[in-house]
Each structure stands twice: as C-alpha cells, then as structure tokens.
Design a binder for this molecule. Sequence first.
Ligand SMILES: [Zn+2]
Length: 344
Amino acid sequence: MNITTPAVAQGNASVSLPPTMCATSLPKKGVLSNPPVLIADQKHIGVTNLPVPLNPLSLTWTLLDSPGLSLRNSLNKCWFHSTLHLLTNIPSLRGSCSSKNVGHFEKSFLAALSAIFSTRQANVVNSFFHLVKDFSGVNNRYGQVAVPDFIEYLCSKSPILSSVTKFTFLSKLTCSNCKWISERKCNDYSLKLHLDGKAHVSLIDLVNLNSNAVLSGVDAVFCGHCKVKTSQKQARDYDNPDLLMLEIVRVTKLKNNWIKNSAPLSFDSQNLQLPGFLRPYRVVGSCHHRGSLEGGHWITKILTKRGWFEMDDLQRKCRKISSPGVNDESVSILLLIAEDKFRI
Ligand SMILES: [Zn+2]
C-alpha cells in the first residue's frame, strides 16, 4: 500500500485534483443530493499564517457568567448581532480582547465583543457595524446576509479569530482497484455539513455522510497507479481541535434560485462523540435561521453558567431556554468545545 503526499499526488503518482480544491469537494454520487462544495484551501485562509500572540487567558475555557448585552434590531442587522453573540462565547477569543498591537478593524471587532460581554456599551457595537455594513454576503444565499458567511468574512479580517476557529483535516482517497491512497491536507474555519433530504437526521449521521463517500461512475477519479479513472473511497481524518465550529448548510442552489432545507436535526449537547473525532465535545452555542428565504431572521443560543439563553434582537430581553438539539429545524451553526477543555 502506498501513501503519497499531496505534492506527489499531483505529480506522477496518484489522483488528479483541481489545485484549489481538496479531494472532499468532489460530489458524492447517489448519496448527497447537494454536492459538498467544500472546502477552502490554505490560500483561502492564508491570513492564519500570521503569528498571533496568545493571551494567557486563552488557556481558560470557562463559560460566561450570564448572557451579555441584549442588542435591539434595527436596519435588519440580526445577522450582525447573532454572529457577535455567538463569538462572545468563545473563551479564548474573550481572553484575546485586550490584545494590543492589532489593526484598526480587529481592534473595533474585539471592542464590540467586549462591549457585549463586559462593558455593555451598545454604541461600541454600533461603531463596529459601520465597518462591516457594506458586507453584502457571499451570494445572499439565505435571502439576506448569512451568519456563516459573515463569520468567514470576520475570520478573513481578524487573525486572532481565524487562529481560534481554524481546524485541519486529511482527506484520503483510496483506489478500489490497487488500494493506492492519496492524501491532501485541508483546512477551514468550520466543518461544512450538507443536509440531504427532508427527513430527520442525527448530527452523527450527518457527519458520517459528509465525511465518507464513494466516488464512482461520472465521479470516478484518475488513479496515477492504475493510469485510468477508478472508483475511489473518500474519507477524512480530523485533527481534534479544542474548539470546533460546524456549519449545517441548509440552502442549495437550484438553477438560479436558492431553496432552504428545514430538515430536523438532533444531537447531544454534552459528550457529543462525532465520527472521525477522538475527543467528545460540548455544545456551547448555536445560530439559527428562522423563517423563509423571503423573510428570515437570525437568532443565537448560548450556554452560560446560568444555563442556556436565547439572544433574539427582536425581543427586549434574552430568555432562558432548554439546550438545543431536539428536532431542530433552524440550526445553522454549532459551536463546540472539547469536553476535556471545558470548565464551568
Ligand atoms: Zn489504482
């Protein structure tokens, strides 16, 4: 059995893949109706190569004592508020909010987070909005700016944020004829999980479905060893990060229109053992898109020392809720912390 490096794989030995895609971006024939459009390569998030001094507080993984400042909706900026509320629940990011020597954008971004969880100054949050208000979303796929798109935009502008959300995985293709294995290292800010169909699905099954595939028929891949296109088994090895963000991709493009999938998703909020990950995880936050693509609304749920709260900028105050994960038809982002890091 041979194992090639990515460099070899693109040379004379193994599969031919587009240079800007990793192997996992190939469609999974007959299994996923929505082809996975993963995943950014290292060029896409090259900003994370910048050295980022870690604040000592980043080693502390405690929850917020209580929800932060309740933000009020105006100018349809629920996507902005929902994103910031979620990010305040990343302990290592809160620990970095006092960082010096950061650029103007990042300084304003971190000040907005502090204004929510610490200083409670709505005007500071509004000041940061003026820096991002022209962000129109990648493709308006949710009928408005999407929280996952805005998070990726912030990662591209903030080395500190991208350093805490970045994770890596190995994508492996195995030729069904000669068992030749080619590997490619991929990284991204979140693990994209495409929903298949309208039926209820568990998060574990969804990760499995998106991590493993058989590429055959028109999706067969050229094997450098067999010198022909062959059926290939695709799998991933994840790097078990301390913090993991999952994106549940609920929209698909059909011709020129986007359609939304409200299939119910269930998951454990504690000791969540995802396939391909060695460590169990705790769910500490989630973002949800409610409504249709014509009239939708983003809200956030966060876990604090006082339990779970829902942050909805159409409501005057946040409200206490039970943990998410039961037949959830709106969840689009999940924020996870490894159980062994997690401290109440
Ligand atoms: Zn082969």
